[in-house]
Design a protein around this ligand. Sequence first.
Ligand SMILES: Nc1nc2c(ncn2[C@@H]2O[C@H](COP(=O)(O)OP(=O)(O)O)[C@@H](O)[C@H]2O)c(=O)[nH]1
Ligand SMILES: [Mg+2]
Length: 501
Amino acid sequence: MLNIEAYRTRLNEIVACSKDLIQTDEINEFNKYVLEKLNNLEPSLMVYGTYNAGKSSLINAIFGEDEKAKTSDIPETDKVTGYTYKGFTIYDTPGINAPIEHELVTHAHLNKTEAVLFVISNDGSFEEEYIYQRISDIVKMNKPLILVLNNKSGIDLDSEQAFQESQKLNTNLLKIGDRNGIKNIETKVKFAVVNTKTALKGKLENKKLLIERSKISVLEDMIEQQLKDSDIGVVVNALNIYIDKYINKLISIIDSKLTGKNITDLELKVLQDMITSLEIMKNSNEIKINNLLESKLMSNREVLFDLLNRGYDSNEFLKTLRNELEHDLTASLKNVQLQIKERTQQLTQEQKEIEIKLKRETLLSSSSNNATTIEINDSNESIQIPPIPPIPGIPPVAIVIVNAVITVANLFFKNNAENNKVEKQAEAERTRVLGIQRTVAEVFSKIKSNSIEATEKALNDLFDILIENYKKDSVIFQGQKKYLIDKKDKLHELIINQQKI
Ligand SMILES: Nc1nc2c(ncn2[C@@H]2O[C@H](COP(=O)(O)OP(=O)(O)O)[C@@H](O)[C@H]2O)c(=O)[nH]1
Ligand SMILES: [Mg+2]
């Protein structure tokens, strides 16, 4: 007995895996078909073969109706039409060698059908190799097959010529079986010769002799027997093939996204290179700016000492120094902004190239599958280089300096008033100079630590959010890759499990 519940669970899992891989319509169609089949396990028969072989005419002959199925010398419809026959359904299909849309519809139905009625006409192409290749494909799928030679050329079916044709057909069948490793192919294919036109005429005009000569009854019995013999095993086989083909399609879509083209790897690599570049850029600029500011401070140390030594007001000088430092830092940061901008443009270019490659490859594979690509955030658009942040000022330094200068001056005058002795004066002078030196050292160390802090903060503001965002993107890419690989593993499991149900 078929475990319907296990099939339903499996179906839900497959449908869940399909999301993001193929279009919803196609998923729904798959889901609907499997559910319908599980609800009704009746086998059906599909009329297949080259277009113009007389498939639709054969349907008409079987039903004894002139216009039941539309017949024509040119391919007209891409529809698969079902007809109820003795409680079963027979489907007429556009066939092989029809326009591509017709062929696709036919092929899709071939994946579903339980049994096949393969029509070949004897007026032309019945020796064509592709016909036997198709027959062999169906036999390989273990689907019951009735091969019908439609006597379109109207020869006497009991003649030597008819016998020769059947022999040729049989030889061709054995050949393809050998080539494709199918043992005893002749036992796996039932064979009938009919004259559809005569059959229809006989039925329409109720002429027993014509009907008999057409040999349609032999075929009708064969069809009925085949459908009655098609047990649950035949239905489950067809259903498994349908499901497995669908799963294999999903896997090949994943493969085209992953291993074959390595698009995800490429995208990840350009992102990770970007992150490394930014980190290096941040570090090297920090060193460069700090060196620049430090050399500026060094050259101004002497000037401040000189000013204080001569008792001048240092506030104006410090204000100018502060402005110059701010100016230098701002100029350096503008340069960093430019570097970031250039690197971002490079990334955009790289991503564009990958996108073009991806599009080209999707286009190339779109004939085999019409996969939709996973939406990938266009991270370039969100990139905004942060503005240069305000630079923390140096005011506390100025206060320190003023206080220090006052202290030094007081010390000097106090010493001067109390003691007039020369050595005391010299002592006082040393103390004064030392005091100034200490003050200068203190002031410059404050300015230096302030400017280092300002540089660090400015660079953090410029780089950190940017780097963080690229890191997030790269995690998303890695996640997508893992997501696809996990999905593929899951789908492989679902195929293998089909055999066990
Ligand atoms: N003379 C003759 N013509 C046939 C026979 N069977 C089909 N035809 C013609 O072949 C053409 C194609 O037949 P049709 O049934 O539409 O082929 P399909 O494309 O396989 O469905 C039509 O013009 C039919 O009238 C036959 O047994 N004898
Ligand atoms: Mg037709």
